[in-house]
Design a protein around this ligand. Sequence first.
Ligand code: ZN
Length: 325
Amino acid sequence: MERTDSRPGTHPPRFQRIIGRVRSEHRGPTFVGIGGMHGNEPAGVHALERVARVLGENRDKFRGQFVGLTGNVGALHAGLRFQAKDLNRMWMDEQVDSLRKSGSGEIRYAEAQEQYEILTELESLMEHSNEKIFVLDLHTTSVKAAPFAVVTEDFLSRSFAASLPIPIIIGLTRHLDGTLMEYVSEVGHIPITVEGGQHDSAEAPKWLEAAVWLAMDSADMLSDDFSSRLSIASRTLEEVAVGPRELEVRYRHGIAEDDEFRMEPGFENFQTVKTNQLLARDRRGEIRSPSDGRILMPLYQNLGEEGFFIGRECDHRRHWIPFKK
Ligand SMILES: [Zn+2]
């Protein structure tokens, strides 16, 4: 498991729930960026810090408000993906309802406290906004991978992602329970997730920062003063994007803790696979691909509930309508 900062002689970074809260001089949408939902993924926090700093110096040049939130503060400090439970698998209706009702009084484990604080923050933003809120959840991957975005079934989520020049994954949320995205769309707001490369790579904060600027542009929050920043952001992602324009997830290989799941070496995100190809092994034996397609998020770390996904290429993006014309 990676430490967030293991360089000798450097102080480990300190993480706070609120990365930045920047209100512009002009009315407009609320944009929430969340980094570090997984504690071994600090890149999103660093990306949001940079964006908050630039916006703070340019309050007259954008509209609406920007809020940067840290996900799993405790796990980030520990350098762990999570402490007791995966914070990005806890957003089912019942869990959120019981947190709302019981407040923090009933909380018995680290991630429930984290979730309670994030929930309180999000619900207060939602309460004070009469427009839909844009929520961008920033992650990184255990394997070296080019950036990609994940959208929900909702066309608004697709519109939010429309200006990102990276592969867009649809249908993934159908296969996952309790993600933050699920909650955000359940309560009527607009989520997307961006995976910005490998956990501790030098590129990850840059790629994620580029995604934040482009998503804010999708939400029509940035004035023309940001145009050169936006073209740099676009180029940054275009240059490294690999894989299909759009991938629809058709299959999830779920794993249990005692499965002893081991991915076969050498699989890369979006790699083409064939029916029956050997992909992994567990204590029951070989695991082979159920179909032709592209492999998504092969698991090469110890913690996770999914070994891999298989998706099929499609291209409906031309039909997606950006918020910004
Ligand atoms: Zn993550």
